[in-house]
Design a binder for this molecule. Structure first.
Ligand code: GDP
Ligand code: MG
Length: 441
C-alpha cells in the first residue's frame, strides 16, 4: 500500500539519522524530500508546502526536555503527517443502524457494502444488504452474489426502476440489526443522481450517509467530497482501493481538507479488506514507526503476567517456556509485532514460527528430563544432553536447540516485563527494543 510514498518518506528519515549533526541544512533537505514525496503521491502542492514549513519551524524550535534534536525531527514529521492525513481516530458506532452508500460509478460502493456487512457480522449483528442501484446492469446480481458469499440477508427488485420504492419495500422485509443500502452511481454528481439519492434517503432514513471515494482519484477527492457534502449532507467517507494506487495520500489529505471524516479504507477486493481508518496508525505504518499503543497491547497479551513475575524472580523454567511459546503461537502473527518493535533482527525467525511438529518434539525432550533439569535448565551439561536425546528419541542438536531458544526467550521476555514497559518514554523503550536504530533514536 502506497509503497512509493512510504519508501521515499522512510529514506528521507533514514538520511537524517545517518548524518553527524542535525542542523538547519539537514532539516531543510529533509523537508524538501518529504515535500517532493507528498507531491509525487498527489498531495496538493500548497498543503505539502505548508506541512514542510511547519516541520521546519517545529523541528528547529526549542528542544523539549530529554529529547534530542533528531528525536524532535522524527516526532514532528510523524505528528505533522498525521495531522494532514486526518484528525482523531473516528468513533465507529457499533450498534444496530441503517447506512446508505453513495458515490460515482465504479467507486467501490457495492463491494464496500459487502465489506461493511462483514464488519458488522463479525461484531455479532445480523446484516441485510439492499440493492437500490437501478441503473447499472447486473447490479442486483452482484450484490445478491456478495450477500450469499458472506451469508447476509439480501433484498432487491429486479427490473424495478424506482429506487425509493425498493428502499421502502426493503424496510418492510428486512428485520436485521444492520441494514446497508447500496445505491446507483453516475459518471458525475448530476441533478438526476442527487434527486434519486434524496428520494432513497427519505424512505430509508439512514443513520449514516456514507460517501465512497476511490483513492486513485488522488486530490480530486476534494471536489468530489465537497460536492457530495453540499448536495447530500454526507456523514462519513470511505476511501477505497488504497492498495491499488500511489495516490492514496492525495485522496486522504483531500478528504480531510474538506472536513470529511474518513472512517474506513478498503485495501483489496475481498470482503475482509476493510480497515478502520486511523490517521496516526496509518502514518506510523507509512513511515515505519511502530504504533506503540497497539504494540504494547499485543505484547502484554502475549506475555502472561505470572510468567513475567517468574522472570523477575529468576524462576522461569523450561515448563514456563513451553507455556509461553504456546501462548505466543495462539495469539497469531507474532512476527508482525516483532517487526513493529524492531526486534526482528534479534529474535530468530525460527522462534517465531515454531511449528507444531517442533513443539511436539520439545515436549518429548522435556519428558525425558528430570524434574530438577526442567526447573533448573542451567545444570544440563553435555552428558545430560546426550542422555536426554537418547531417552526422547531426538538428536543432541534438538536438545541444544530447545535450550538455546529457552535462553533467548527468557532474555527477550525480560524486556517485556511490566517494569520495563512502564519505565521511560517512547524513544527509550524503542531504543531498548533495538527498534528505530535506523532512525537514530
Ligand atoms: P460501484 O460501482 O461503486 O458499486 O463499485 P464496485 O463495488 O462494483 O467496485 C468497482 C471495482 O473496484 C470492482 O472491480 C471492485 O472489485 C474494485 N474494488 C473495490 N474496492 C477495492 C479495493 O479496495 N481494492 C481493489 N484493488 N479493488 C477494489
Ligand atoms: Mg455498484
Amino acid at each position: 500500500m502506497l509503497e512509493s510514498l512510504s519508501k521515499k518518506l522512510r529514506s528521507a528519515l533514514q538520511k537524517i539519522s545517518n548524518i553527524g549533526s542535525v542542523d538547519e541544512k539537514a532539516v531543510s533537505e529533509l523537508v524538501g524530500e518529504i515535500k517532493r514525496a507528498l507531491v509525487g503521491g498527489d498531495v496538493n502542492v500548497h498543503l505539502a508546502e505548508e506541512l514542510a514549513e511547519n516541520i521546519r519551524k517545529k523541528s528547529l524550535g526549542k528542544l523539549p526536555a530529554g529529547m534530542t534534536r533528531r528525536e524532535l525531527v522524527v516526532k514532528t514529521v510523524y505528528d505533522e503527517l498525521a495531522s494532514i492525513m486526518g484528525g482523531e481516530k473516528p468513533e465507529i458506532k457499533i450498534k444496530p443502524k441503517k447506512m446508505l452508500l453513495v458515490g460515482l460509478f465504479g467507486s467501490g460502493k457495492t463491494t464496500t457494502a459487502a465489506k461493511l456487512a462483514r464488519f458488522y457480522q463479525k461484531k455479532g449483528f445480523s446484516v441485510g444488504l439492499v440493492c437500490c442501484d437501478t441503473v447499472r446492469p447486473a447490479a442486483y446480481e452482484q450484490l445478491h452474489q456478495l450477500s450469499q458469499q458472506i451469508g447476509a440477508q439480501f433484498y432487491g427488485e429486479k427490473g424495478e426502476i424506482n429506487a425509493a420504492k425498493i428502499a421502502k419495500n426493503a424496510l418492510q422485509k428486512t428485520k436485521t440489526d444492520v441494514i446497508i443500502f447500496d445505491s446507483s452511481g453516475r459518471d458525475a454528481l448530476d441533478e438526476n443522481l442527487v434527486k434519486e439519492i434524496k428520494s432513497v434517503a427519505s424512505e430509508a432514513k439512514p443513520d449514516e450517509r456514507i460517501l465512497v471515494i476511490p483513492a486513485d482519484i488522488g486530490q480530486a477527492a476534494k471536489e468530489q467530497s465537497s460536492a457530495f457534502q453540499k448536495a447530500l449532507g454526507i456523514t462519513d467517507v470511505i476511501v477505497t482501493k488504497l492498495d491499488a494506487t500511489a495516490k492514496g495520500g492525495g485522496a486522504l489529505t483531500a478528504c480531510y481538507e474538506t472536513g470529511a471524516k474518513v472512517i474506513f479504507v478498503t485495501v483489496g477486493e475481498q470482503p475482509d479488506k476493510l480497515e478502520i481508518y486511523d490517521s496516526k496508525r496509518f502514518v506510523a505504518r507509512l513511515v515505519g514507526m511502530p504504533d506503540l499503543e497497539t504494540l504494547l497491547e499485543k505484547a502484554k497479551a502475549a506475555v502472561k503476567p505470572e510468567l513475567t513475575e517468574k522472570i523477575a524472580k529468576a524462576d522461569f523454567d523450561l515448563e514456563d517456556f513451553i507455556k509461553q511459546m504456546e501462548s505466543m503461537q495462539s495469539m497469531g502473527p507474532l512476527g508482525q509485532i516483532v517487526d513493529m518493535i524492531g526486534l526482528g533482527g534479534k529474535v530468530p525467525k525460527d522462534l517465531l514460527s515454531v511449528q507444531e511438529e517442533k513443539m511436539r518434539k520439545w515436549k518429548h525432550i522435556m519428558n525425558s528430563m528430570t524434574r530438577h533439569e526442567r526447573q533448573s535448565p542451567d545444570i544440563i551439561n553435555t552428558p545430560r544432553i546426550s542422555r536426554i536425546a537418547k531417552g526422547s528419541g531426538t538428536s543432541e542438536q534438538d536438545v541444544r536447540e530447545l535450550l538455546g531458544n529457552y535462553n533467548k526467550i527468557k532474555k527477550m521476555m525480560k524486556q517485556f516485563s511490566p517494569a520495563n514497559m512502564k519505565r521511560g518514554n517512547m524513544a527509550k523503550l524503542l531504543r531498548q527494543f533495538g527498534g528505530m536504530k535506523g532512525l537514530g533514536l
